[in-house]
Write a protein that binds this ligand. Structure first.
Ligand SMILES: Nc1ncnc2c1ncn2[C@@H]1O[C@H](COP(=O)(O)OP(=O)(O)O)[C@@H](O)[C@H]1O
Ligand SMILES: [Mg+2]
Length: 223
């Protein structure tokens, strides 16, 4: 279970202080598919970065299965991130000079999986997200946006993470492809029992998740 307690993140911008995340508290049970909605600048990316340990809060706690990850050192935090979190971004963030298989193999290198196992699992995951053998051998530049996002989802799943954090994963896709990508995330969350927290602008999609949180000026409001 993920428990967030009174989380704050402030940024200094010249002379002023911007409070991007302003006292967020939330609980996400394991296996849920959760959405975060809110206007541009409401703090969605900042909150997701804190949950994914890409950034540290100014104050507050993030408790994952009883452990406060805001209290651990950088080395432990890197390890936590690599093993526990899979990220999916709006711009896919694939490595351009690696093909799809090599992109998916990359995170498994970090946890020291032998190459033959990495290759086997990467191929399996790409098949699972719906890429053909031919597409799996292509570099990102020769794949469509939807296909690149499928590769990114396969990569996010590589180390069997407990959480997938997705920041507007369908933001660059047409609505039909976006729906297919969300269906894929949804099915994976149920099949692999992965907890998914996704930021989205699409209220129809948000309405279909197990729980939706709305951010206004860095705070969670009841809709
Ligand atoms: N690294 C940063 N430095 C300064 N201000 C930031 C930084 N990151 C975000 N902010 C500010 O925090 C607020 C929330 O931003 P963000 O989390 O990106 O919102 P959203 O993802 O909902 O659009 C905005 O006012 C933004 O300008
Ligand atoms: Mg954002």
């Amino acid at each position: 279970m993920l428990k967030v307690v009174n989380l704050k993140r402030q940024f200094k911008s010249g002379d002023t202080i911007v409070t991007a995340v302003d006292g967020v508290s939330m609980t996400v049970p394991d296996g849920q598919f959760v959405s975060i909605i809110g206007k541009s600048g409401s703090g969605k990316t900042s909150l997701l970065s804190l949950l994914g340990a890409l950034d540290r809060p100014s104050s507050g706690k993030i408790i994952v299965d009883g452990q406060d990850i805001t209290a651990i050192n950088d080395v432990q935090l890197n390890d936590y991130r690599a093993r526990t979190i899979g990220f999916v971004f709006q711009n896919y963030n694939l490595v351009p000079n690696l093909n799809a298989i090599e992109n998916v193999m990359l995170p498994m290198e970090f946890i020291g999986l032998p190459k033959s196992d990495r290759l086997k699992r990467a191929k399996l995951l790409l098949e699972e997200v719906g890429l053909s053998d031919d597409q799996a051998k292509r570099k990102p530049g020769r794949l469509s946006g939807g296909q690149q996002q499928r590769v990114a989802i396969a990569r996010a799943l590589a180390n069997k993470p407990k959480y997938i954090l997705a920041d507007e994963p369908t933001g660059n896709l047409d609505s039909e492809t976006g729906r297919l990508i969300f269906r894929l995330l949804h099915d994976l969350s149920k099949k692999e029992k992965t907890t998914i927290i996704t930021v989205t602008h699409d209220l129809e999609i948000a309405g279909k998740t197990d729980r939706s949180f709305k951010l206004v000026d860095g705070r969670i409001t009841d809709k």
